[in-house]
Design a binder for this molecule. Sequence first.
Ligand code: IMO
Ligand code: MG
Length: 450
Amino acid sequence: MSLTWSAKDHKNSNPSAGTGQKRQRNDAGNKATVVLGAQWGDEGKGKVVDLLATEADVVCRCQGGNNAGHTVVVDGKEYDFHLLPSGIINPKSISLIGNGVVIHLPGLFEEGDKNDKKGLKGWEKRLIVSDRAHIVFDFHQVVDGLQETERQAQEGKNIGTTKKGIGPAYSSKASRTGLRVCDLLGDFKDFSTRFKNLVHQYQSMYPSLTVDVEDQLKKLKDYAERLRPMVRDGVYYMYEALHGPPKKILVEGANAALLDIDFGTYPFVTSSNCTVGGACTGLGIPPLNIGDVFGVAKAYTTRVGIGAFPTEQLNAVGELLQTRGHEVGVTTGRKRRCGWLDLVIVRYAHMINGFTAIALTKLDILDVLDEIKVGVAYKLNGKRIPHFPANMDVLQKVEVEYETFPGWKTDTSAARKWNDLPAKAQNYIRFIENHIGVPSRSKFKFFMIF
Ligand code: IMO
Ligand code: MG
């Protein structure tokens, strides 16, 4: 997939992270630009972030863990990122893992070392980790697997998690028994006691769970020393970044709106807030310091794992999107489910996030289709419903109303500007803009990734 964006539109839209612009700061401080997934993940957020990251001073992750995943190709080398902010690739920027992220330390160092071997040198010096971030332990990952087995046995279906321990780690956080980076770096005796208590708590819930506590503690002690130089008070660091000299701050969302623990298709969601509020709570950024919020949406829809998917195409169209779009999960290697673009969900994501721009990705995957459909409304018992249903049983039952467009049947993979696109493709994009509730391109500052 090739990519570009309309630099003109983008510059106008984004004073804090625009290209080649004079850096400006208002009295409230610098503003962070936030990039968020507008569907069920894998929209190509990484591509957008990578573009912006080349200019950014600080690139931050605010939520999730190593359940996220994207590949970046630089100078013919492929790097895989799951937990590290992709700004780590830019030797001039600092990457920050915020308090809202859950960190699996073996995973973090494995990812760094693997990419180091490919040429990502000095990453440890460019990474800052919040002392308030919670730790994902190996047993959290085992428990993730046990919970999936239990769900399958009890309900005949699981969530299809990434088994990275995300749910159990956020559960520990919410139940106030979790352990944070500051605990690991504090008194190790105290940390060990709390670690053992946490293990016991899980073992009482899952008697089959075996944990070699001493071995785990030994490893954690080693990780602590490797991590120590990177750890800072994340709140203070962010405050300084926002109120010091002008800086371009970029927040890289992981997962996506429909996987959000509050707004997503619960219970088939992840365990963090992947919508805009997560940028505030996961980094200590006041709402006033949020600048542009870029929503990333694929020109069709994909979903990994279980859960309702109203525009899913279990037919030749779905297969074509899957193969042409290489829709295979970076984290789990699973084939992604595919379907038509669903504007009900993108609009819903916009209601929550207040996107200032939408980046539309992988439009060229649609190049060969004779006709292209877009879901525009949901009907229940023959009647349109104005909202996105909270209840999954209801969502399973909705009937999707489609708008059908003639395919442009032209290779758009080399298109770099709006004018490079065939009229039918422009038409498709215009329709999307209008439907999401955007009066005009310039006002909404729409930009595209082809
Ligand atoms: P990126 O950042 C796609 C999905 C999982 C599963 C559910 C819960 O690459 O877009 P979890 O392991 O988080 O408890 O799994 O959420 N999921 C994602 N799907 N892309 C992601 O991230 C995802 N992160 C979580 O497949 O259905
Ligand atoms: Mg992914």
